[in-house]
Design a protein around this ligand. Structure first.
Ligand code: 6CS
Ligand code: FE
Length: 300
């Protein structure tokens, strides 16, 4: 019996050769019901149809201020600069992202367990949940580089061994997200389509992909088709607002050349019924600071 035999069948083949053919996702977007948590029927139906929903003012201005101060402290912490969990911008060398934030910041460790966050994740995923990934994307002013179009799940499936798209991200704005400072763009409803990506995953791909993703990127024909079918909307909002988005929604963001940083915390929850196995499209799993393998459910 080889390891490969023990994993869930591959319903989402990707990192293929030849022409990719997009197909309808066989799995639901919302796995729980309105009675299972704080997301009301309208928001849950909207998330189910469009793959995302926004909660204005999820965090108070005072909370935002506390988190922002924590992030500023971290981004200027010299000891952290050499930590592999800190990803710097390819061009400017400024901090682009810090992963494993729930282990680095006590404030974020608390936020993960906050019922305003945890109860929504459990409701959307219809089960107990564990934290798959936490990060802050700084998107600094003037030199903040964007993130090209992608599906998070495509990477988490191929490189982390996530069987199904039963994961959800909560992106909390710590600075005002404007249309002009790299606000996240999503294609509403695109989570219902899986777009295979072409190209064999290079060894240790994450060492470059977190700076600039080249593999696990949909081709232009598929992006054009999806944009025509779904349109493009942009998440904008005051600091403290939160965007909940499905693991498979097609999203990306532009560069930020304004003086205003677009810094967001991202908390990614995965269902405990969807735990990681062997990667479906890579030789070795990515490090645990990017894809947790402690599947202990988050409790309040
Ligand atoms: O590879 C990942 O896990 C990360 N990459 C992107 C572009 N979005 C999701 C996640 O942070
Ligand atoms: Fe992403």
């Amino acid at each position: 019996m080889t390891l490969m035999d023990t994993r869930v069948e591959d319903s989402y083949p990707t990192r293929i050769t030849g022409e990719p053919v997009a197909f309808d996702r066989p799995d639901p977007t919302v796995w729980g019901a309105e009675s299972d948590g704080p997301v009301d029927a309208a928001a849950l139906a909207s998330h189910d149809a469009r793959g995302f929903h926004v909660i204005e003012g999820l965090l108070s201005p005072a909370e935002v201020q506390a988190y922002w101060q924590d992030l500023v402290r971290l981004s200027s912490d010299e000891a952290l600069k050499s930590d592999e969990r800190v990803i710097t911008e390819k061009s400017s060398g400024e901090v682009r992202s810090i992963f494993d934030m729930h282990k680095i910041s006590a404030l974020i460790a608390e936020l993960v367990r906050d019922p305003r966050i945890l109860d929504r994740a459990k409701q959307i995923l219809g089960s107990e949940v564990y934290l798959h990934q936490s990060r802050v994307n700084y998107m600094p002013g003037f030199k903040g580089a964007g993130f090209y179009w992608h599906s998070d799940f495509e990477t988490w499936h191929a490189e982390d061994g996530m069987p199904k798209p039963r994961a959800v991200s909560c992106s909390i704005a710590l600075t005002d997200n404007y249309p002009f400072n790299g606000g996240l763009m999503v294609m509403p409803g695109s989570q219902r389509t899986f777009v295979p990506c072409v190209g064999k995953t290079p060894e240790e791909n994450y060492k470059s992909s977190l700076k600039e993703q080249e593999f696990g990127v949909p081709n232009r024909r598929e992006v054009t088709k999806l944009a025509a079918e779904c349109g493009i909307e942009q998440f904008t909002g005051q600091a403290g607002s939160a965007l909940w988005f499905d693991s498979n929604i097609m999203h990306g963001s532009g560069n930020n050349i304004t003086p205003y940083p677009r810094s967001n915390i991202f908390l990614v929850f995965n269902s405990v019924e969807n735990t990681l196995g062997d990667p479906y499209g890579a030789a070795a799993p990515r490090p645990e600071f990017i894809a947790a393998r402690d599947f202990t459910p988050v409790t309040r």
